[in-house]
Write a protein of this length. Structure first.
Length: 247
């Protein structure tokens, strides 16, 4: 299934992916095959989880056909997939999954339109350029109505779990790792969508699967680190750094 939120010129950029967080972000992800705990591309533990609006915007966002974020800004800024996945590989944080298995994510909702319902898609090639299937959502992020709003969820954490296809065949390669798929989850906020992309590695089912992760109404909060955020986007598209916020 071709994902149509992006323009044709954007879809052609297969080495970059649009960041779709800002009003919600995925700060934790784990597969059914291994306890490795990853996160969505572009997530930073240095992003505050409470406070004014501007620090949140460092997580980035999609607003229909135009994109904005901070730290690295151009006319249409993107997260470089390869370097982001490399960081997860270096940290041994790439979630591992099996055919027919599942992926569990923890989402921090920032404001009302970061709520569910979320839809999730998978790219077997791992390039975030062609979405082969929509995934069944087993644990949904709370919402009210049909426009992905829920003011009661502001500054709260929730779990999102999706079932992976029985015929899944991951073929992406990053950071010396093979068999990588990309999973994209997003809500339907009119000024969004908001969500994120999580890379996963397909592996054979382990002889002793890890303990099942239980559903939690209030999962643990995002980790917070005080060190200065590394400038991971220098030279990504030869655009000078800018810290302007686009509303």
């Amino acid at each position: 299934m071709k994902f149509t939120l992006l323009t044709s010129s954007v879809i052609a950029l297969t080495t970059l992916t649009p960041t779709i967080s800002a009003h919600a972000f995925i700060y934790w992800a784990a597969g059914d095959a291994d306890p490795n705990q990853g996160w969505a591309l572009g997530y930073r533990t240095t992003t505050p989880t409470n406070g004014d609006d501007k620090p949140y915007k460092k997580s980035g966002g999609i607003k229909n056909d135009w994109y904005y974020m901070t730290k690295y800004v151009s006319n249409k800024p993107f997260i470089p997939i390869a370097s982001e996945v490399q960081k997860m590989v270096d940290s041994n944080a790439l979630p591992q999954v099996t055919k027919g298995g599942h992926l569990i994510m923890k989402i921090h909702q920032i404001n009302a339109d970061g709520a569910g319902a979320y839809r999730c898609f998978i790219d077997f090639g791992g390039a975030a350029s062609y979405w082969h299937a929509e995934l069944a959502v087993q644990w949904q992020v709370q919402f009210t109505g049909d426009r992905s709003t829920n003011a009661q969820g502001n500054l709260k954490n929730q779990q999102l779990r999706v079932k992976l296809p029985d015929n899944m065949s991951c073929g992406g390669s990053y950071g010396g790792r093979n068999n990588i798929c990309m999973i994209r989850c997003q809500n339907s906020a009119p000024n969004g969508p908001f969500g994120g992309c999580v890379p996963v590695q397909e592996v054979q089912p382990p002889q002793q699967p890890p303990a099942e992760i239980p559903h939690q109404e209030d999962p643990g909060p995002p980790p917070q680190q005080s060190q200065q955020d590394a400038d991971d986007y220098n030279g990504a598209d030869n655009v000078p750094e800018s810290y302007e916020y686009i509303h």
